[in-house]
Write a protein that binds this ligand. Structure first.
Ligand SMILES: [Zn+2]
Length: 65
């Protein structure tokens, strides 16, 4: 299942810093990766989650095919 999130959303997820499930702000961010790598993968979508308790930010590359 593919879900596209274009806006911000609150979700409960595991926080590695808090070591428990906390409220997170989730957004999708497309970043340019032009530094030293193949130009074919110039833009990668990242899922960015920010813990609303401690402020820890986690970036996860969504391209896991
Ligand atoms: Zn946290």
């Amino acid at each position: 299942m593919i879900t596209r999130d274009s806006g911000l959303r609150d979700r409960t997820e595991e926080c590695s810093a808090c070591r428990r499930r906390t409220q997170h702000q989730v957004s999708i961010e497309v970043r340019a990766e032009s530094e030293g790598k193949n130009a074919a993968f110039s833009r990668e979508p990242y899922r960015v989650t920010e813990c609303l308790v401690c402020g820890e930010t986690t970036n996860t590359r969504m391209n896991n095919a």
